[in-house]
Ligand binder design. Sequence first.
Ligand code: PGA
Ligand code: MG
Length: 237
Amino acid sequence: MFINSTNASHTPIRAVIIDLDGTMLDTLPDFHVAINAMRGQFGYAPITREQIALMIGKGSENLIRSVLALELDAASIEQRFDEAMAFYQGHYLAINGDHSALYDGVIDGLEAMKAQGLRLACVTNKPIAFATPLLAQKGLAPYFEIVYGGDSLPRKKPDPMPMLQVCADFDLAPAQVVAIGDSSNDAEAARAAGCFVLTVPYGYNHGRAIHETDSDGIVSSLLEAANLIRSHNNDAN
Ligand SMILES: O=C(O)COP(=O)(O)O
Ligand SMILES: [Mg+2]
């Protein structure tokens, strides 16, 4: 549970905000294919999944700049940026989801959350044009009342704006909402918004161990998260 059970008056959790890449789906193989296809158009050699894993989490612009920085200086990156982004987006949309897989416990966890009456939102730094078809293809779309991509709002995670927007949409206080993610971006955004935060250890945390990230707990799956929320709410009632 998130709050010491001796505090009988704590607020029940009513909604869950769930991250996409590295939390529900292992999308690293899709990023790998699309990035290397883009690099090939520039005549650059392929890079490894491990290299790309370190660059995921802060949205497409950050990813493309990080990839170009392997060859180019800062001024050249900006010169090639628009072309690289256009190449990358074309390749990503062509293969979106083809090489990605659900992590264990995702569907069971979402079902368990729904069964508890929790409202669900997906907040990802992935562009919304990638996130929407991917959620549909993987059977995740029906679970979410709200989906915000990295370009849906003026600021993305680790800024608290998307978390606060979800709280406002659901008409809930941040203390009634828990965010679940695989990276410090998710945890920082949730903390700054005043939401609870749980992390999963199996995603992409910029090469850092998830234990280094401040959270209210580490869960091995979304199913474990659902169970934790249930016991928190049982204590609250
Ligand atoms: O696209 C990214 O950089 C990461 O997306 P996420 O917020 O779903 O982990
Ligand atoms: Mg993530």
